[in-house]
Design a protein around this ligand. Structure first.
Ligand code: DX5
Ligand code: ZN
Length: 218
């Protein structure tokens, strides 16, 4: 079994002092930094764009785990790559030609992740699972931090674990939305490899300590 990874979501950081928050993440046990890009079309909110993320990328010492909640994400592969991104996650629901987009991301030199909304079944990935480096399961409807975890996600993690093992794929399972110490421990038990945490980390009295505790979940 893979070692549990923690990917704090910058969406819950203090946008007036991103530098301080990024430096705290740099000095923590976090494995990656999760970046949520929204377009106000695919999701009912807008977060930050490339001019801001350029500075975020320069400050972060953690590999970037970029989650695009936008329509036609293939239009921005070059911009995402220029940030120095390690993992580019696109939504299944936003890609008509998902197989092509996954190949384009890999050709650009990044790892490719495919994201599923809460209502999209894991079985939609049957014919792409061997091509992806990660599957990101949304455990809230994307668009906002601080929402409540949807418990059915635990069933989806187990189904995805089965699909991955059956196909011989090496894909990691990441879960995003409402993750805290309690839901996180249930997710690890179900078979998750990577936990995204926004509010649980950035609204904690001691971020570094919270990341350490999430990292130790079994
Ligand atoms: C939601 C984003 C998440 C969000 C998670 O659309 O994809 O990454 O920041 O925030 P929490 O952990 O507070 O639910
Ligand atoms: Zn996200």
């Amino acid at each position: 079994k893979n070692e549990l990874k923690i990917s704090p979501s910058l969406l819950s950081a203090n946008f007036a002092n991103l530098k301080e928050d990024i430096e705290k993440i740099n000095h923590s046990d976090a494995d990656w930094l999760h970046i949520d890009i929204m377009d106000g079309v695919f999701v009912p909110n807008i977060s930050f764009g490339f001019p801001v993320l350029k500075y975020v990328a320069e400050l972060s010492e953690k590999p970037l785990d970029v989650h695009l909640m936008i329509v036609q994400p293939e239009k921005f592969i070059r911009e995402v790559k220029e940030l120095g991104t390690m993992m580019m996650n696109v939504h299944y629901e936003a890609c008509t030609h998902l197989h092509r987009v996954v190949q384009q991301i890999k050709d650009a030199g990044m790892r490719a992740g495919v994201t599923l909304n809460p209502s999209t079944p894991v079985s939609m990935l049957t014919d792409i699972i061997s091509d992806v480096d990660m599957v990101l399961l949304m455990s809230v409807n994307p668009g906002f931090g601080g929402q409540k975890f949807i418990p059915h996600t635990l069933t989806k993690v187990r189904e995805l674990r089965e699909l991955i093992d059956r196909s011989g794929s090496q894909a990691l399972i990441e879960v995003d939305g409402g993750v805290n110490l309690e839901t996180g421990s249930q997710l690890v038990e179900a078979g998750a490899d990577v936990l995204v945490a926004g509010n649980a980390v950035f609204k904690a009295p001691d971020m570094v300590e919270m990341i350490r505790r999430l990292k130790e979940l079994k």
